[in-house]
Design a protein around this ligand. Structure first.
Ligand SMILES: CC/C=C\C/C=C\C/C=C\C/C=C\C/C=C\C/C=C\C=C\C(=O)SCCNC(=O)CCNC(=O)[C@H](O)C(C)(C)COP(=O)(O)OP(=O)(O)OC[C@H]1O[C@@H](n2cnc3c(N)ncnc32)[C@H](O)[C@@H]1OP(=O)(O)O
Ligand SMILES: Cc1cc2nc3c(=O)[nH]c(=O)nc-3n(C[C@H](O)[C@H](O)[C@H](O)COP(=O)(O)OP(=O)(O)OC[C@H]3O[C@@H](n4cnc5c(N)ncnc54)[C@H](O)[C@@H]3O)c2cc1C
Length: 661
């Protein structure tokens, strides 16, 4: 589609784009993280969308379960080949964002890329990397990450799969002792992978040392048949990601060499001696890495959904605002703006926090190389909190966008249902959100109780700022609003700690008291993480070197985000005295003003997300706004439309209609 050719475009969208008062390309560069990254993303996307191999013969929704898998595997394999062929040496992990949308409904190689390779990088020692990293990067072996079992997902310490060391032959014996110990869920495990990293309870010299990672060959490298002692299969249809062949796996006393235990952090020596790691949660590192990646992935899903909903809201006309006048664009309804525009603001919140988290991760990783694990707990807390809030915000945001498109949003061809099912899974995988938030709360309470001790953890240093509990501000700058978030988080942590302490003073065991306070603890974790997001948003926008137009747009979006979230949880702000009822009322009024200010820029802001139509894959969200013709054309692809009268009519309906004669 030629974006300069207005003649092909819907008139409403032409008018919207003429209202733009900022430099779209500049905003695109901010979204991508710089001009060079925009250029690189575009180059990759051009490479993909001009390739007919990525086209589906028929829409996926009309394919059988097997055909869907096969079709996505075909495209995934082609994608890997294509990226490997590029002389410019694309780093698929760096460029993962550029690939969003090319593969639909999951892809069978996703966990190979996002977990198997990172597990080798993060958990294997140098000899092991020598053996497996190159092969996995060249796709000579394809792997997954098999941790979750039928009986245990969250509680990793409760895993039942055993790896028992046999020093006589220097092998581990992998065994699945019960039905509940069956590995269940790993992406690509069913039919695609021939290797995997298995998390199993390590037994040596008669002692259990807890879950550790092992690399295990599952299938013959020539025939792809599952190896003796291994039972493998796919777990069946899911809400979404149906081409991911999530699988099950059982071991029957399956033997692997000692050197298949991933030994970067802990080791089992030939005689069976266990050498412990620097920190006992280092074996959870792969999960932490992916949690960081999920924050960015969620911002991309939301970009897709909000691009669709905003463009459609500009094209769609419905009802009337002024009696007797033509039907307005639905984007002119304030309630519609309230659905869509905060989601645009949320995209930037997630982008900026993802970047900040990535930086922290890099510095913690660098310190780990020098044997310093001091900041690991803080990274665990931040990555858990941000993974949880980004996935729940994005899932809710995508669903709001779907609802904002009325009936058409329910159609598969809008691409909103699939965007939703592809996002909501992130609430569950890589650590169920409630569970991760309770990990954040654990860290907060611990930090609160150790006020005065120097930990070097900056994200919780505010907990020591007791004076701020008394100081509600009368100013309403963005900085002042961020302070209100801080006050609200601090006050919730203080309240939860006091409640816990009171219960313990009354004789309750700490763990019972913890469970009894866990709804409040969850709120603490959410408030703390929201404060982190708001602070990064405000700081990033404030320090941004940008043109006036772009800066104004981002400042308005940031302010909308702050106010929107205050209004959603205003009780917490009132309770701690950070804001008064009058303040809240003023902010609510200002939120409506901001919606009106941002409304004329909405289409241009989502244009700045720069998602090519071929990747957006939506009848409602295309750049040209030619919504109705596309909806009609897609409907014609339904196999039911191949004949005027379907066979099922003769088989079932006709007999029913004639039965009473
Ligand atoms: C080069 C590659 C680059 C990039 C690639 C990366 C990303 C790709 C990009 C985008 C991703 C997009 C899409 C996603 C892709 C794939 C998703 C598809 C597949 C999904 C896979 C999975 O779901 S795998 C399975 C995931 N499972 C879980 O997450 C389980 C959750 N449970 C747990 O983590 C733990 O059980 C628990 C943390 C809840 C509790 O652990 P437990 O051992 O029982 O804990 P306790 O003994 O109670 O101790 C708690 C103390 O331990 C500390 N702790 C816990 N975890 C950590 C950690 N990771 N690090 C540091 N410390 C940790 C905790 O703070 C407690 O400390 P105390 O001091 O308070 O005791
Ligand atoms: C699409 C998808 C892909 C996946 N891919 C993989 C993969 O590649 N590899 C892999 O190993 N796994 C994978 N998983 C599994 C995933 O990691 C687990 O489903 C997840 O960790 C949650 O565990 P669970 O299913 O056992 O839920 P449960 O832990 O049983 O959770 C059920 C409920 O119990 C609550 N709950 C549990 N523990 C606590 C607690 N301590 N405190 C309070 N509430 C609690 C939860 O909040 C939740 O409401 C995948 C899952 C999905 C959905």
């Amino acid at each position: 589609m030629d974006k300069n050719n207005e003649r092909e475009c819907n008139e409403d969208l032409i008018r919207e784009r003429r209202k733009c008062n900022f430099n779209i390309e500049e905003l695109t560069n901010i979204v991508d993280g710089g001009k060079a990254r925009t250029a690189r993303r575009r180059e990759i996307q051009r490479l993909l969308i001009n390739d007919p191999e990525f086209l589906d013969e028929i829409p996926q929704d009309y394919m059988s379960h097997e055909d869907r898998y096969s079709n996505e595997l075909r495209k995934s394999a082609h994608l890997m080949q294509k990226l490997a062929d590029q002389e410019s040496g694309h780093d698929i992990h760096q460029d993962i964002g550029a690939l969003t949308g090319i593969l639909k409904d999951g892809n069978p190689l996703m966990v190979h890329l996002s977990m198997f390779i990172p597990a080798i990088l993060g958990q294997a020692n140098s000899e092991q990397q020598e053996k497996w990293l190159g092969r996995s990067l060249r796709n000579e072996i394809i792997g997954t990450y098999a941790q979750t079992e039928l009986g245990h997902g969250t509680f990793v310490r409760g895993l039942e799969t055993r790896a028992t060391y046999d020093p006589t032959v220097e092998e581990f014996v992998l065994h699945t002792p019960t039905i509940t110990a069956t590995k269940w869920w790993p992406g690509g495990l069913g039919k695609t992978c021939n290797y995997c990293v298995v998390m199993a309870q390590l037994y040596t010299q008669g002692r259990c040392y807890g879950p550790h990672p092992f690399i295990v060959q599952l299938r013959d490298e020539e025939t792809h048949r599952s190896l003796p002692g291994i039972t493998l299969g796919e777990i069946g249809p899911r809400l979404g990601l149906n081409s991911n062949d999530n699988g099950f796996l059982k071991f029957e006393n399956h033997r692997i060499p000692r050197t298949n235990m991933l030994m970067k952090h802990s080791q089992v020596l030939k005689d069976g001696t266990y050498v412990k790691p620097l920190h006992n949660k280092l074996s959870y590192g792969t999960m932490m890495l992916v949690r960081v990646g999920i924050v960015g992935a969620c911002s991309r899903s939301l970009q897709y959904a909000v691009t669709i909903a905003t463009r459609y809201s500009a094209v769609r006309h419905q009802s009337e605002i002024v009696p007797g006048q033509p039907e307005p664009q639905i984007l002119d309804y304030q309630t519609q703006q309230y659905k869509v525009i905060p989601q645009i603001a949320s995209v930037f919140a997630l982008i900026f926090s993802a970047r900040s988290l990535s930086k922290i991760q890099s510095s913690v990783t660098a310190k780990l190389k020098d044997g310093n694990t001091d900041l690991l707990p803080e990274l665990h807390s931040l990555s858990s909190g941000l993974k949880a809030l980004s996935s729940s915000d994005a899932s809710w945001g995508v669903e709001v966008c779907r609802l904002a498109c009325g009936g058409h949003g329910y159609l598969a061809s809008s691409n909103l249902p699939r965007t939703y099912t592809g996002t909501t899974c992130a609430i569950t995988y890589e650590g169920e959100n409630t569970v991760l938030l309770l990990q954040v709360a654990r860290y907060l309470i611990k930090s609160y109780r150790s006020i005065g001790k120097e930990t070097g953890a900056s994200s919780v240093s505010y907990l020591a700022d007791q004076t701020s509990l008394a100081s509600s501000s009368s100013s309403f700058s963005n900085k002042a609003l961020v302070q209100a978030f801080k006050l609200s988080a601090l006050s919730l942590v203080a309240e939860a700690e006091a409640r816990l302490q009171k219960l313990c003073d009354m004789g309750q065991e700490f763990y019972h008291a913890w469970n009894y306070c866990s709804v409040l603890l969850l709120k603490c974790a959410e408030a703390h993480t929201r404060y982190y997001i708001c602070e990064k948003y405000e700081q990033t926008v404030d320090s941004l070197k940008a043109s006036e137009g772009v800066k104004n747009v981002l400042q308005s979006l940031c302010r909308l985000y702050l106010i929107y979230h205050i209004t959603l949880t205003h009780g917490d702000f009132l309770k701690c005295g950070a804001l008064t009822p009058r303040n809240i009322a003023v902010l609510e009024g200002e939120m409506c003003d901001l919606l009106a200010v941002l409304r004329p820029q909405a289409v241009s802001i989502v244009d700045a997300f720069d998602i090519p139509d071929e990747l957006l894959g939506s009848t409602l969200g295309c750049w040209d706004g030619n919504v109705y013709q596309r909806l009609y054309d897609e409907a014609l692809k339904s196999p039911l439309n191949k004949t005027d009268v379907p066979d099922a009519y003769y088989k079932y309906l006709l007999p029913l209609m004639k039965s009473s004669l």
